[in-house]
Design a protein around this ligand. Structure first.
Ligand code: MG
Length: 248
């Protein structure tokens, strides 16, 4: 990534006066997407949905469980699943997920979070996840980084990604916590999923995609990602280069 590429992206977006970075969790802070993908794939097969390749889980990442289930039900059966079916299928998926080996923190994530914080920029979490196992481990793996007042999880939102709601709520929480008025140009988002990028872009925020999964870069760029890095480590390695351009 050259300065010129970054400046070009900033020119297209407009100036960023960075105050806080909103990090997605699955596939960004934790290497947890493989577990989600395998769990979804096996769950769909178990309930008789034959056509749900592993890769599709990455395309749906960020959606609510009910949203994913109904897309597949509509496609294969021509109608939504009943609320009871949704509950049963989602419970099965959550059980498989919890049996998976524990997801490790993404390489480079903690180092980047420490750099962000040391720069005087506030790190936040905006996730559609309601997996208590991961949320509960945040303070163990990333000690002294996140404040509970500055987190958005599945328990806060109604719509979920790709709706901009989670990121709009993140910005509201920051403004409430910090006091004062802020605009989307005071934030950046770090996302790994196409629907997450879509949500962040719809919220008007400069969006950095990290392609930590099997999808082609184009799946993220076509949703409007402003910059793309191949990994969290790579984004971390570029932080010193990005910071001055985002705080001018
Ligand atoms: Mg994600």
């Amino acid at each position: 990534m050259t300065n010129e590429q970054i400046l070009q992206a900033l020119h297209a977006y407009g100036p960023v006066h960075l105050k806080a970075v909103m990090f997605d969790m699955d596939g960004v802070l934790y290497d947890s997407m493989k577990n989600h993908a395998v769990s979804w794939h096996e769950t769909m097969l178990h309930f008789g949905f034959k056509n749900f390749p592993l890769e599709e889980a990455y395309m749906h990442e960020g959606r609510t469980g009910a949203g994913t289930i109904n897309i597949v039900s509509q496609r294969e059966r021509g109608h939504d699943a009943t609320p009871e079916e949704v509950a049963e299928i989602y419970a099965y998926k959550a059980e498989l997920f919890n049996r998976c080996p524990k997801a490790e923190p993404m390489q480079g994530a903690y180092e980047l979070l420490q750099k962000v914080k040391a720069s005087g920029i506030t790190p936040m979490i905006v996730t559609g996840s309601g997996q208590k196992t991961l949320l509960g481990r945040l303070n163990t793996h990333f000690p002294d980084i996140f404040r509970p007042e500055l987190m958005v999880t599945a328990f806060d939102v109604k719509m979920g990604k790709p709706n901009p709601e989670p990121y709009l709520m993140g910005m509201q929480k920051y403004a409430r916590y910090q006091g004062g008025t802020f605009s989307p140009s005071n934030f950046i988002v770090v996302e790994n999923a196409p629907l997450g990028v879509q949500a962040a872009v719809a919220a008007g925020v400069f969006t950095i995609a990290v392609n930590t999964g099997p999808l082609p870069d184009e799946a993220l760029l076509s949703q409007g990602a402003n910059l793309l890095f191949p990994s969290m480590q790579s984004l971390c390695d570029h932080w010193e280069q990005l910071l001055p351009l985002f705080t001018q």
